[in-house]
Design a binder for this molecule. Structure first.
Ligand code: CAA
Ligand code: NAI
Length: 243
């Protein structure tokens, strides 16, 4: 119950789904937890339901908004030890029909957002000589997926940035890793047509979708000192769909 005692963790996109489950898990393990999310209503609800967890509104695609988030966290807690770049969106469409706007929206949040948040926390982690950065990729980022040109590009890009930062930042005491979830039971997947879900389930050796806690537990491992010698890794948490 104390694997993260005294650590301050910023989890983006934590008002819902996987991030919210991670916020609960990290709080239970003794961390100061900041839910950094675009959705004010869900963020406030999450804050009320989880005493001690703090909500700060942010749009990760907007650099000024991210800088303001980081300043708020530093003013309140004095440090940022853990960053989980978990915020993400989908704008699914077949390539033949995908608009430039759909393409760009997903890149702005799922790829540029990860760049913004990591660059903004870097000076604080570098100064203290330690930090854990966990980026959320996806099975789509390595495997591809029908209807997800934009999302696959962003999630593959996240893996490229993870490995680059693992090399750049190790000497500053910062570990950078990625988690690549398979299809997981959240609002994001609720939008997927049932026939597609059935096709996906059939490909998972374990025969079920992931649960938010499956992913939150992987974040916890990578955020804790138990993973101090793990760097530049992509941890697939997908019931074995990616082998
Ligand atoms: N895998 C396999 N086949 C798929 C598929 C998928 N992911 N998505 C669509 N298809 C198939 C459909 O079953 C359909 O096949 P049939 O012609 O044999 O029926 C064909 O592709 C065309 O699909 P639609 O008729 O639905 O075409 P559309 O233009 O109306 O809609 C779409 C296209 C918006 C992409 C829609 O099919 C869709 O929403 N698909 C799901 C896409 C998906 O898997 N998104 C994942 C969201 S969750 C997430 O992103 C988390 C994560 O990291 C994995
Ligand atoms: P979700 O839709 O339940 O939660 C995503 C959260 O991100 C929401 O609270 C939303 O408000 C927030 N968000 C969206 N845009 C934002 C922005 N610009 N700034 C700040 N916050 C923003 O989704 P879920 O499933 O919990 O996804 C979490 C992460 O896991 C995402 O990066 C997603 O791509 C990834 N993922 C999800 C999978 C799944 O099957 N659910 C599979 C693989 C990866």
């Amino acid at each position: 119950m104390s694997r993260l005692r005294g650590k301050t963790a910023v989890i983006t996109g934590a008002a819902n789904g996987i991030g919210l489950e991670a916020a609960r898990t990290f709080k239970r393990e003794g961390a100061n937890v900041v839910i950094a999310d675009f959705n004010e209503e869900a963020g406030k609800k999450a804050e009320e339901a989880n005493p001690g967890v703090v909500f700060v509104r942010v749009d990760v695609s907007d650099r000024d908004s991210v800088d303001s988030l980081v300043q708020t966290v530093i003013d309140r807690f004095g440090t940022i030890d853990i960053l989980i770049n978990n915020a993400g969106i989908t704008r699914d469409s077949m390539l033949s029909k995908m608009t430039s706007e759909q393409f760009q929206q997903v890149i702005n949040v799922n790829l540029t957002g990860v760049f913004h948040c990591t660059q903004a926390v870097l000076p604080y982690m570098a100064e203290q000589g330690s930090g854990k950065i966990i980026n959320t990729s996806s099975v789509t980022g390595t495997y591809g997926n029908v209807g997800q040109t934009n999302y696959a590009a962003a999630k593959a890009g996240v893996i490229g940035m993870t490995k680059t930062w693992a090399k750049e930042l190790a000497r500053k005491g910062i570990n950078v890793n990625a988690v690549a979830p398979g299809f997981t039971e959240t609002a994001m997947v609720a939008e997927v047509p049932e026939k597609v879900i059935e096709k996906m389930k059939a490909q998972v050796p374990m025969g079920r979708l992931g649960k938010p806690e499956d992913i939150a537990n992987a974040y916890l491992f990578l955020a804790s000192s138990e993973s101090d010698y793990v760097n530049g890794h992509v941890l697939h948490v997908d019931g074995g769909i990616m082998m």
